[in-house]
Design a protein around this ligand. Structure first.
Ligand code: SF4
Ligand code: FES
Length: 147
């Protein structure tokens, strides 16, 4: 196996964090003291990613800030998330040079009128380059989106 192309997955049963070693530029954004999430990302420990160390919301927020696209995520079974666990208040956050994060329980209606329920955190593309619109797929890193 080519050691430079390791892809690892870590899950808390709700969200799965995907880490692609060859994309990591060691910016330390995920684990440095000022802005990282040390309870989840800590390269001095094994495994270096511990998804049980923070809430799903916090994990997604930090994964979306990875500048290289080495970190990405997917929700395991969105339909399994119990209604009572869902926050009713929505919060919208703009990630610098990245997606728009919407926290909370929302319904996304596409142009054909199909409705999808989204829970916890939804990342919407702001750069226009995603292949999975309206959602972010990490393409903002490749296209060098600034904004
Ligand atoms: S934020 Fe991304 S690029 Fe930076 S160290 Fe973590 S995984 Fe690597
Ligand atoms: S903002 Fe992430 S793909 Fe466009």
């Amino acid at each position: 196996m080519d050691k430079t192309k390791i892809v690892k997955k870590y899950t808390n049963g709700e969200v799965t964090i995907v880490w692609q070693s060859e994309k990591c530029i060691h910016s330390k954004k995920c684990w440095n003291e000022s802005e990282g999430l040390r309870s989840v990302f800590n390269p001095r420990e094994r495994p270096w990613i511990k998804p049980e160390g923070a809430s799903t919301e916090k994990i997604i927020e930090h994964v979306c800030k990875c500048p290289s696209g080495a970190l990405s995520f997917y929700m395991n079974h969105e339909e399994d998330v119990k209604k009572e666990e869902i926050t009713t208040e929505q919060v919208v956050e703009i990630v610098e040079n990245g997606p728009l994060l919407v926290y909370g329980n929302i319904t996304v209606k596409d142009k054909e009128g199909n409705q999808t329920q989204k829970n916890k955190v939804t990342a919407f593309c702001r750069c226009g380059q995603s292949n999975n619109k309206p959602y972010c797929d990490g393409s903002h890193v490749k296209c060098g989106f600034k904004g």
